[in-house]
Design a protein around this ligand. Structure first.
Ligand SMILES: Nc1ncnc2c1ncn2[C@@H]1O[C@H](COP(=O)(O)OP(=O)(O)OP(=O)(O)O)[C@@H](O)[C@H]1O
Length: 323
């Protein structure tokens, strides 16, 4: 569905400064995949999406989207894809239903087909009762759902969503996601989205592409990334006097690293927490070391990012760091 090779985009900001926003991204997306592109502010996510949706051209490299080349066949690409940008495009004084019909006509549907499609989408996104409302009168969550409908009016098989849930409260985020996943089933779509919500990428996407400083630094399922790059952390509570002995046992666990004792707790990073924990407790019992408490902490995608870059994605977000 998507194939890029060394896709690159520079922005010349002044005679002395060029921003290397995207530095040679090679990516393949198969039909039906749901891919989340994750990275801190300024990582190059939006720029990549803008190239794939033909809004801007690459400086170098190639990209084929839905069978067409983004540089030489942008018109064909646009007809095949849907794009929901950040803070999207519905006109504020238009009525929601009219906006959708108008969008359908722009995409070449005749008025009747556009109205039929509008009815279908309004229903699927639970907006039917709001069709007569002006866009400016919709809530943030409703407006975002309308944005998604706008991107789907011409029934694309490939949908790009740029930070679809940014600015929504948790309830509206969950609701938007319900709708997106339902639409995906209904229309058998491939979806590529950008997000900086770690939990969202983790739970929704089957595949996570981590981008930093304009490059892909990891690309796999969230589960695989977490177990390969971060591992689980075991935390055992024992009497302080027993910490050295239990630390020695922890060192022998498969894939053990970062063995740290703090207070009465021993922490160790292992490849497979649920398997390692009973093994460690058994070994402790055999040596007569009582274990007062034990927990397995599964890693987050933030642990993965930290592991890859030495920075936390959350910190990078808070500081608003740019590439
Ligand atoms: N039109 C432009 N002119 C100059 N620099 C740009 C332009 N668009 C983007 N950039 C720069 O390119 C880099 C990548 O920006 P991009 O918007 O792709 O990041 P992002 O990962 O989408 O970030 P965010 O999560 O904040 O949306 C940033 O340093 C940004 O300042």
């Amino acid at each position: 569905m998507i194939s890029t090779r060394e896709l690159t985009r520079d922005f010349v900001v002044s005679r002395t400064e060029t921003v290397h926003a995207v530095r040679g991204i090679s990516l393949d997306v198969q039909p039906g995949e749901l891919v989340a592109v994750l990275g801190p502010n300024g990582a190059g996510k939006t720029t990549t999406l803008r190239m794939l949706t033909t809004l801007i051209g690459p400086t170098a490299g190639t990209a084929t989207v839905a069978g067409y080349d983004v540089t030489t066949q942008p018109g064909q690409v646009r007809r095949k894809i849907g794009y929901v940008g950040q803070g999207n495009g519905a006109g504020h004084h238009q009525r929601a239903g009219d906006e959708l019909v108008g969008q359908g006509v722009i995409y070449g549907l005749d008025r009747r087909a556009a109205k039929r499609r509008t009815g279908e989408l309004l229903e699927a996104l639970e907006l039917t009762e709001l069709a007569g409302r002006k866009v400016s009168e919709l809530s943030g969550g409703q407006r975002r759902r309308l944005d998604v409908a706008m991107g789907l009016v011409h029934a694309p098989k490939l949908l790009f969503l740029d930070e679809p849930s940014t600015g929504l409260d948790p309830q509206n985020r969950a609701n938007l996601w319900d709708h997106i996943l339902r639409m995906r089933e209904q229309y058998a779509m491939t979806i590529v989205l950008t997000t900086h919500y770690l939990d969202e990428a983790d739970s929704m996407a089957e595949r996570v592409v981590v981008v930093d400083h304009g490059e892909v630094i990891a690309d796999d399922t969230a589960e695989a990334l977490k177990s390969r790059l971060a591992g689980d952390r075991l935390a055992l509570t024992v009497a302080p006097g027993n910490l050295p002995a239990i630390a020695a046992l922890a060192e022998k666990l498969p894939g053990a690293k970062e063995v740290v004792a703090v207070g009465d707790e021993l922490s160790v990073r292992v490849a497979d927490g649920p398997a390692a924990l009973p093994a460690l407790i058994t070994a402790a019992q055999e040596r007569g070391i009582p274990v007062a408490g034990a927990q397995v902490h599964r890693p987050t995608l933030d642990d993965v990012f930290l592991n890859l870059t030495g920075r936390s994605l959350r910190e990078a977000e808070t500081n608003g760091k740019a590439a």
